[in-house]
Design a protein around this ligand. Structure first.
Ligand SMILES: Nc1ncnc2c1ncn2[C@@H]1O[C@H](COP(=O)(O)OP(=O)(O)OP(=O)(O)O)[C@@H](O)[C@H]1O
Ligand SMILES: [Mg+2]
Length: 506
């Protein structure tokens, strides 16, 4: 880990009026895992976009093994052995896994696509990445975490010397993340240099050799992974930082959602979906309830079916909203019952990228801003400006195109949009995916204050420290069932043990 593999000097990049990179220096040794931290919008993805040939820098140099690199396209970067797994995955949902792995590199025999050969090789690649998925599954049927693993398998196929991973664990559960770390360690031992972008500070010590913090388009500093978290956080947010999590609920109100041995019968079964089979849980007003469990146990499906999203069918068993039996199963019914959902796939379901922040934010509230059947521009503007301030969306412009916002800022827009309807029950699936520590603290604080004013929250997260720090109770799921309930502040170890199936009949 001595030779400088990559050296980046004085990189500048502007997007119109945004000065995204202000003279950035960065380097990477062979076999090194260099963690890159920074607030949302700090410029991390942009810097990596420059390194992987996606963006041309306005100034600065990149050298590889001491030789100047001139990257004008991702193809150039690939040829130099630089491979990036982007933050927003660029898989094609309509193709199967094998098709995605070989996109642009299709195997042909006598000019004909060799489907069987590709699937065999794809299965190999998946196995090397430790993924047990059938290569002939369409990517559209995979959950976010599985898609991430496929993207990693795809990158492994490219024989990278430098691998750039932009928030790879954001959608992974603890077990999948552990697995990913093993893959990262193996690659590093083979001499691959890895740039690892993350908002999860605990990952710095787990896999990093060095850590660099960016803020506002510049490097704040580089340090060793054993630096105290408080130091890292201070470098990140540029000020001393106290508590990530607000105090827990003082007063719990009446039940908002009560499920007792409830199950969901889909009209048409959906491939790869673990529908709710036997769910018993209660969410009271004023309370934040967490859903834990491994990937695939049906947390996303529970939230989606309560909201009538992505699948149609009927709930049976006891389903009460505010003490009254309620028919859920369609979005209209959920909205009527005052339920809102923030999904884990902000690109697929949450946002229309080609539209502005303002257009996206008011999408779910059109009724409210149109008292006379007309969109009141002035009212809309006031609401959106308030939401942008409340959620600290940057840049603070209602007219920014969502596609140009950094990942974390897109997530804040999703939030603002769902909460504009004043729901009574908020369903959240991986709500802080890709959100920086400062903004996370802000979201937690807002959720708590909304809860204090009577909102009930049911939140699924694969980040256990988040569930434990935020929630009043945690419910563990397995195979479409609720199997255990924890009170406030359980140990991470205990939640993990139950999630991983201890005590379950084989
Ligand atoms: N194509 C673009 N057009 C205009 N502005 C852009 C574009 N891409 C990025 N930006 C802006 O550049 C700045 C840096 O964004 P970048 O995506 O690099 O942040 P990031 O550090 O990766 O943040 P996150 O943690 O949220 O992913 C942001 O202000 C962003 O809005
Ligand atoms: Mg980014």
């Amino acid at each position: 880990m001595t030779a400088r593999l990559l050296e980046v000097r004085g990189i500048q990049k502007r997007f119109g009026g945004v000065h995204a990179l202000k003279g950035v220096d960065f380097d990477l040794a062979a076999g090194e895992v260099h963690v890159l931290l920074g607030e949302n919008g700090a410029g991390k993805s942009t810097l990596m976009g420059v390194l992987s040939g996606a963006f041309l820098p306005d100034a600065g140099t990149i050298t590889l093994d001491g030789n100047l690199l001139n990257l004008t396209s991702p193809r150039d970067a690939h040829a130099a052995g630089i491979v990036m797994i982007p933050q927003e995955l660029d898989l094609v949902p309509g193709l199967d896994i094998a098709g995605n792995l070989f996109l642009g590199n299709e195997i042909t025999r006598h000019g004909v696509l060799a489907g069987a050969a590709m699937r065999r090789k794809a299965q190999d690649l998946l196995a090397r990445a430790g993924v047990s998925l059938d290569a002939s599954l369409p990517v559209a049927s995979l959950r976010m975490g599985e898609r991430q693993l496929v993207a990693i398998a795809k990158a492994l196929s490219a024989q990278a010397r430098i691998l750039i991973m932009d928030e790879p664990t954001a959608a992974l559960s603890a077990v999948e993340a552990d697995h990913l770390f093993t893959v990262v360690k193996e690659l590093s031992e083979r001499g691959v240099g890895i740039v690892y972008i993350s908002h999860r500070l605990e990952e710095v010590t787990r896999i990093g050799h060095r850590v660099t913090v960016m803020r506002d388009g510049a490097v704040v500093g580089t340090t060793t992974p054993d630096a105290p978290q408080a130091t890292l956080v201070q470098m990140l947010v540029g000020r001393p930082f106290s508590d990530l999590f607000p105090p827990r609920a003082q007063r719990i109100g009446a039940p908002i959602l009560q499920l007792e041995h409830a199950a969901f019968d889909p009209d048409i079964p959906r491939l790869g979906w673990q529908v709710p089979v036997d769910i018993s849980l209660t969410v009271h007003a004023g309370e934040i309830v967490g859903l834990a469990g491994l990937m695939g146990v049906g947390r996303t499906e529970l939230l989606s079916t309560l909201y009538g999203f992505g699948i149609s069918g009927k709930w049976r068993g006891r389903v009460d909203v505010r003490g009254k039996p309620t028919l859920l199963g369609s979005i209209a019914a959920a909205r009527e019952a005052g339920i809102a959902l923030v999904t884990d796939d902000r690109r697929g379901t949450g946002l229309i990228l080609s539209q502005t922040v303002a257009q996206n934010a008011v999408m779910s509230t059109l009724k409210r801003v149109t008292p006379f059947g007309l969109v009141s521009r002035a009212l809309e503007r006031r609401q959106v400006t308030r939401a942008i301030n409340d959620y600290d969306v940057r840049p603070r412009s209602p007219d920014a195109q969502v596609v140009n916002l950094s990942g974390g800022n897109q997530q804040k827009v999703v939030f603002a949009k769902e909460l504009m309807n004043d729901p009574g029950l908020l369903l959240l699936d991986e709500p802080t995916r890709g959100v920086d520590v400062g903004a996370k603290a802000e979201i937690y604080r807002r959720l708590r204050s909304l809860a204090e004013s009577g909102l009930g929250v049911l939140v699924a997260s694969s980040e256990l420290p988040e569930l434990i720090g935020l929630c009043d109770r945690i419910i563990v799921m397995h195979a479409g069932r609720t199997i255990h309930e924890f009170g406030p502040n359980p140990s991470e170890e205990a939640v993990r043990r139950i999630s991983e199936g201890e005590g379950l009949a084989a």
